[in-house]
Design a binder for this molecule. Structure first.
Ligand code: NI
Length: 227
Protein backbone atom coordinates (compact mmCIF):
# COMPACT_ATOMS: atom_id res chain seq x y z
CA UNK A 1 0.00 0.00 0.00
CA UNK A 2 1.31 3.41 -0.99
CA UNK A 3 -0.13 6.27 1.04
CA UNK A 4 0.48 10.01 1.02
CA UNK A 5 -0.14 12.01 4.20
CA UNK A 6 -0.59 15.76 3.70
CA UNK A 7 0.70 18.36 6.18
CA UNK A 8 2.56 16.08 8.58
CA UNK A 9 4.61 19.24 9.20
CA UNK A 10 3.02 22.71 9.16
CA UNK A 11 4.59 25.38 6.90
CA UNK A 12 6.18 26.91 10.04
CA UNK A 13 7.68 23.55 11.04
CA UNK A 14 9.04 23.07 7.49
CA UNK A 15 10.66 26.55 7.65
CA UNK A 16 12.21 25.65 11.00
CA UNK A 17 13.73 22.46 9.56
CA UNK A 18 14.97 24.22 6.43
CA UNK A 19 16.65 26.96 8.49
CA UNK A 20 18.37 24.39 10.71
CA UNK A 21 19.57 22.49 7.64
CA UNK A 22 21.22 25.62 6.22
CA UNK A 23 24.03 25.38 8.76
CA UNK A 24 24.48 21.60 8.48
CA UNK A 25 27.41 19.86 6.82
CA UNK A 26 26.39 17.55 3.97
CA UNK A 27 28.34 14.45 2.85
CA UNK A 28 28.18 12.04 -0.09
CA UNK A 29 24.97 10.00 0.10
CA UNK A 30 26.80 6.76 -0.72
CA UNK A 31 27.69 6.63 3.02
CA UNK A 32 24.44 4.86 3.96
CA UNK A 33 23.84 2.96 0.73
CA UNK A 34 24.20 -0.80 0.31
CA UNK A 35 26.59 -2.30 -2.25
CA UNK A 36 24.18 -2.17 -5.19
CA UNK A 37 22.48 1.10 -4.31
CA UNK A 38 25.82 2.92 -3.78
CA UNK A 39 26.46 2.46 -7.51
CA UNK A 40 23.20 4.22 -8.31
CA UNK A 41 23.17 7.00 -5.71
CA UNK A 42 24.15 10.58 -6.57
CA UNK A 43 23.06 12.95 -3.81
CA UNK A 44 24.17 14.42 -0.50
CA UNK A 45 22.96 13.76 2.98
CA UNK A 46 23.63 14.63 6.59
CA UNK A 47 25.87 12.12 8.42
CA UNK A 48 23.84 9.81 10.67
CA UNK A 49 25.75 11.20 13.67
CA UNK A 50 25.05 14.86 12.80
CA UNK A 51 23.60 16.64 15.87
CA UNK A 52 21.34 18.69 13.59
CA UNK A 53 20.02 15.50 11.94
CA UNK A 54 19.36 13.90 15.34
CA UNK A 55 17.55 16.97 16.72
CA UNK A 56 15.45 17.44 13.57
CA UNK A 57 14.78 13.71 13.42
CA UNK A 58 13.29 13.83 16.92
CA UNK A 59 11.29 16.91 15.94
CA UNK A 60 9.82 15.01 12.96
CA UNK A 61 9.09 11.87 14.98
CA UNK A 62 7.25 13.98 17.57
CA UNK A 63 5.03 15.34 14.79
CA UNK A 64 4.50 11.89 13.26
CA UNK A 65 3.32 10.17 16.42
CA UNK A 66 0.61 12.82 16.71
CA UNK A 67 -0.69 11.91 13.25
CA UNK A 68 -3.41 9.22 13.70
CA UNK A 69 -3.44 8.29 10.00
CA UNK A 70 0.30 7.57 10.09
CA UNK A 71 -0.10 5.34 13.16
CA UNK A 72 -3.09 3.52 11.64
CA UNK A 73 -1.34 2.93 8.31
CA UNK A 74 2.16 2.08 9.57
CA UNK A 75 1.47 0.42 12.95
CA UNK A 76 5.08 1.27 13.84
CA UNK A 77 7.10 -0.94 16.16
CA UNK A 78 10.56 0.63 15.63
CA UNK A 79 11.41 3.73 13.61
CA UNK A 80 14.88 4.43 12.24
CA UNK A 81 16.07 7.94 13.22
CA UNK A 82 15.17 10.16 10.24
CA UNK A 83 17.94 11.07 7.79
CA UNK A 84 18.11 14.04 5.42
CA UNK A 85 19.11 14.24 1.78
CA UNK A 86 19.57 16.86 -0.90
CA UNK A 87 19.44 16.36 -4.67
CA UNK A 88 20.70 19.11 -6.98
CA UNK A 89 22.83 19.64 -10.14
CA UNK A 90 21.45 16.52 -11.83
CA UNK A 91 21.60 14.47 -8.59
CA UNK A 92 19.49 11.32 -8.77
CA UNK A 93 19.16 7.82 -7.36
CA UNK A 94 18.83 4.94 -9.82
CA UNK A 95 16.51 1.98 -9.38
CA UNK A 96 17.15 0.07 -6.16
CA UNK A 97 15.47 -1.65 -3.25
CA UNK A 98 16.27 -0.41 0.27
CA UNK A 99 18.40 -2.61 2.56
CA UNK A 100 16.23 -5.10 4.43
CA UNK A 101 17.92 -4.76 7.83
CA UNK A 102 19.25 -1.51 9.31
CA UNK A 103 21.39 -1.15 12.38
CA UNK A 104 20.63 1.99 14.40
CA UNK A 105 24.06 3.62 14.93
CA UNK A 106 25.31 3.76 18.51
CA UNK A 107 22.86 1.08 19.66
CA UNK A 108 22.46 -2.69 19.42
CA UNK A 109 19.04 -2.16 17.81
CA UNK A 110 18.36 -3.52 14.35
CA UNK A 111 15.18 -2.93 12.44
CA UNK A 112 13.63 -4.83 9.56
CA UNK A 113 12.58 -2.22 7.01
CA UNK A 114 8.91 -2.89 6.27
CA UNK A 115 8.01 0.64 5.22
CA UNK A 116 10.01 3.46 3.64
CA UNK A 117 9.04 7.08 4.23
CA UNK A 118 9.97 10.31 2.47
CA UNK A 119 8.97 13.63 4.00
CA UNK A 120 9.27 16.42 1.44
CA UNK A 121 10.83 19.66 2.73
CA UNK A 122 10.90 21.59 -0.57
CA UNK A 123 7.86 22.79 -2.50
CA UNK A 124 7.57 21.28 -6.01
CA UNK A 125 7.71 24.75 -7.64
CA UNK A 126 11.25 25.23 -6.32
CA UNK A 127 12.88 22.44 -8.34
CA UNK A 128 12.51 20.49 -11.59
CA UNK A 129 12.71 16.69 -11.66
CA UNK A 130 13.28 14.90 -8.38
CA UNK A 131 10.21 12.68 -8.66
CA UNK A 132 10.23 9.62 -6.42
CA UNK A 133 9.08 6.83 -8.75
CA UNK A 134 7.84 3.70 -7.00
CA UNK A 135 7.24 0.50 -8.95
CA UNK A 136 3.90 -0.75 -7.76
CA UNK A 137 2.02 -3.86 -8.90
CA UNK A 138 -0.42 -1.38 -10.50
CA UNK A 139 2.42 0.31 -12.43
CA UNK A 140 4.84 3.12 -11.67
CA UNK A 141 3.69 5.75 -9.17
CA UNK A 142 5.41 9.12 -9.50
CA UNK A 143 5.44 11.08 -6.25
CA UNK A 144 6.32 14.76 -5.82
CA UNK A 145 4.58 16.30 -2.83
CA UNK A 146 4.23 19.68 -1.17
CA UNK A 147 6.69 20.57 1.57
CA UNK A 148 5.45 19.02 4.83
CA UNK A 149 3.76 16.04 3.11
CA UNK A 150 4.91 12.45 3.56
CA UNK A 151 4.74 9.31 1.43
CA UNK A 152 4.76 5.85 2.96
CA UNK A 153 5.43 2.79 0.77
CA UNK A 154 6.47 -0.83 1.18
CA UNK A 155 10.26 -1.17 1.42
CA UNK A 156 9.98 -4.22 -0.84
CA UNK A 157 9.31 -1.88 -3.80
CA UNK A 158 11.89 -1.02 -6.43
CA UNK A 159 12.11 2.77 -6.66
CA UNK A 160 14.25 5.62 -7.99
CA UNK A 161 14.56 9.41 -7.86
CA UNK A 162 14.75 11.23 -11.20
CA UNK A 163 17.51 13.83 -11.77
CA UNK A 164 16.97 17.28 -10.25
CA UNK A 165 17.71 19.67 -13.11
CA UNK A 166 16.84 22.99 -11.39
CA UNK A 167 16.96 24.04 -7.75
CA UNK A 168 17.49 21.63 -4.87
CA UNK A 169 15.20 18.97 -3.43
CA UNK A 170 15.63 18.53 0.33
CA UNK A 171 13.81 15.73 2.13
CA UNK A 172 13.87 13.62 5.21
CA UNK A 173 13.74 9.86 4.74
CA UNK A 174 13.57 6.91 7.09
CA UNK A 175 12.36 3.36 7.51
CA UNK A 176 10.28 1.58 10.05
CA UNK A 177 9.53 -1.89 11.26
CA UNK A 178 5.82 -2.39 11.56
CA UNK A 179 4.06 -4.48 14.20
CA UNK A 180 2.42 -6.16 11.18
CA UNK A 181 5.07 -7.44 8.81
CA UNK A 182 2.85 -8.33 5.86
CA UNK A 183 1.80 -5.44 3.63
CA UNK A 184 -1.51 -7.10 2.68
CA UNK A 185 -2.51 -7.70 6.31
CA UNK A 186 -1.49 -4.14 7.22
CA UNK A 187 -3.59 -2.74 4.34
CA UNK A 188 -6.63 -4.72 5.53
CA UNK A 189 -6.21 -3.41 9.08
CA UNK A 190 -5.90 0.15 7.77
CA UNK A 191 -9.07 -0.18 5.67
CA UNK A 192 -10.93 -1.66 8.61
CA UNK A 193 -9.68 1.06 10.97
CA UNK A 194 -10.68 3.88 8.61
CA UNK A 195 -14.14 2.33 8.06
CA UNK A 196 -14.67 2.00 11.82
CA UNK A 197 -13.66 5.65 12.30
CA UNK A 198 -16.17 6.77 9.66
CA UNK A 199 -18.95 4.56 11.06
CA UNK A 200 -18.22 5.79 14.60
CA UNK A 201 -18.48 9.43 13.50
CA UNK A 202 -21.84 8.73 11.85
CA UNK A 203 -23.43 6.27 14.28
CA UNK A 204 -21.57 6.96 17.54
CA UNK A 205 -18.80 5.12 19.37
CA UNK A 206 -21.23 2.86 21.22
CA UNK A 207 -23.20 1.69 18.19
CA UNK A 208 -23.28 -2.16 18.36
CA UNK A 209 -21.68 -2.48 14.89
CA UNK A 210 -18.85 -0.13 15.88
CA UNK A 211 -18.24 -2.19 19.00
CA UNK A 212 -18.34 -5.48 17.06
CA UNK A 213 -16.05 -4.25 14.28
CA UNK A 214 -13.62 -2.80 16.82
CA UNK A 215 -13.50 -6.28 18.34
CA UNK A 216 -12.69 -7.75 14.92
CA UNK A 217 -9.90 -5.16 14.46
CA UNK A 218 -8.29 -5.97 17.78
CA UNK A 219 -8.64 -9.70 17.33
CA UNK A 220 -6.91 -9.48 13.95
CA UNK A 221 -4.15 -7.39 15.57
CA UNK A 222 -3.77 -10.12 18.19
CA UNK A 223 -3.28 -12.67 15.39
CA UNK A 224 -0.94 -10.66 13.21
CA UNK A 225 1.00 -8.20 15.38
CA UNK A 226 4.46 -8.61 16.89
CA UNK A 227 5.34 -6.35 19.79
NI1 NI B 1 15.59 3.99 -1.47
Amino acid sequence: MLLTLPQVLSPEAVDYCRNQLLSAEWVDGKATAGQQSAQAKYNHQLPESSPIARALGDFILDALVQCPTFIAAALPLKIFPPLFNCYQDGGHFGTHVDNSIRHIPGTIVRIRTDLSCTLFLTNPDDYDGGELVIEDTYGNQSVKLNAGDLVLYPSTSLHHVTPVTRGARISSFFWLQSMVRDDGERALLYDLDQSIQTLASEAGLNHPNVVRLSGVYHNLMRRWADT
